[in-house]
Design a protein around this ligand. Structure first.
Ligand code: PHE
Length: 358
């Protein structure tokens, strides 16, 4: 098998990286395109502050690679990419700054001539996609009244919920979440919906967010409010990372007190080796690029395949079966879930490459 996935670390394995200063906003913009082997590269547009623009570029590169695996494992005919708008100050951008930056990234996307299509991500939503669409048509998830599939957060959260159920069935012998001790880190648009679904199912819920205002969400869900640091080490059956940033580092793994980790946060592992450390501790990790595929699955099924909502949601629900299959394969062969998932994605990518070569 080819070593598509693990080339020497010094190799640039992406297809393209565009870094621009927005002509209107002056904000740094990065579009990272990892692979077009399976089709048009897609991935959301993240809008947030980074202490250093290089951190934003590194984040875009890493998330773009994750999108390649996400699309490959979800069976989509799309490749992986991601874009980042970097706000220069930690405060949220003003309305005018936001609009200027979105038009700027719209121009950058248009200049790629369809080789990348964007969608919402952390810090952006359907209304922002409408602004980007003033400059380019390569945009998913416009508001429904403008002909798009709308917010990708609900289908993403739905897929994560199916992933949690599949992990629980595998680990504890039951997909039932009532009474399960679950900790959710991050109550953003996806995290809050997952927490809501868990609360509805009767899970014993603890939640955390860096924003103290989110305590209100916690109160509404009758959850226990804890700090993000406590959340990482609190005893739980399932830990759900739903915030930004590589949470799982070699330093953190020894003090984790959970049985399974399943969440939508991108790039959860600080390095691939963390998958081995989790495995050695008997902690089941469901790769984020599998659990968080609901958004892209829903958007492409509705907007490209022209399928009704019911079909799109059924496609999202299949994430559960894909994960069950993966966990079974990993357990049988004694490899990490990360390794098994990469191998599966690699099989699809390699086949597509040889098809192309004909
Ligand atoms: N932000 C999500 C992701 O990157 C959702 C998304 C939907 C992205 C549609 C692109 C297109 O996976």
């Amino acid at each position: 098998m080819s070593t598509l996935i693990t080339p020497p670390a010094q190799c640039f394995t992406h297809e393209q990286l565009v870094v621009r200063r927005g002509t209107r906003s002056g904000f740094a913009i990065a579009v990272a395109i990892h692979s077009s082997v399976l089709g048009q590269p897609i991935g959301g547009c993240r809008l947030r502050h980074y202490a250093n623009w290089r951190d934003g570029v590194a984040d875009a590169l890493c998330m773009a690679e994750g999108m390649t695996y996400k699309c490959a494992l979800a069976g989509l005919n799309h490749g992986g990419a991601k874009s980042v708008i970097m706000t220069p100050a930690p405060r949220p951008p003003t309305r005018d700054e936001r609009r200027a930056a979105l038009l700027d990234i719209g121009d950058v996307i248009e200049s790629l001539g369809g080789h990348y299509a964007t969608g919402p991500d952390v810090g952006t939503g359907p209304d922002d996609m409408l602004t980007i669409a003033e400059r380019t048509r390569h945009v998913f998830c416009l508001p429904a009244k403008h002909g798009g599939s709308g917010d990708s957060s609900p289908p993403t959260a739905r897929g994560v919920y199916r992933a949690i159920q599949a992990a629980c069935a595998h680990r504890f012998g039951s997909a039932d979440l009532s009474g399960r001790r679950v900790t959710v880190i991050g109550l953003g648009s996806v995290g809050a919906l997952i927490a809501q679904a868990l609360a509805d199912a009767g899970a014993q819920l603890a939640v955390a967010d860096i924003d103290p205002a989110k305590q209100e969400v916690s109160r509404r869900l009758a959850a226990t409010w804890i700090t993000p640091d406590e959340a990482l080490h609190a005893p739980a059956e399932v830990l759900v990372p739903a915030a930004v940033g590589g949470l799982l580092t070699p330093e953190v793994v020894p003090s984790l007190r959970c049985a399974a980790i399943v969440g939508p946060a991108n790039n959860q592992l600080s390095t691939d080796a963390v998958a081995d450390l989790l495995h050695a501790r008997g902690i089941l990790w469901v790769p984020d690029y599998l659990a968080s595929a609901g958004g892209v699955i829903h958007a492409t099924t509705v907007e490209q395949d022209g399928q009704p909502e019911t079909v799109a949601l059924a496609e999202v629900d299949r994430i559960g079966a894909t994960i069950t299959q993966l966990l079974t394969t990993a357990a049988k062969t004694g490899v990490t879930t990360h390794h098994a998932a990469r191998r599966l994605a690699e099989t699809r990518l390699t086949a597509a490459i040889s098809d192309r070569r004909g």
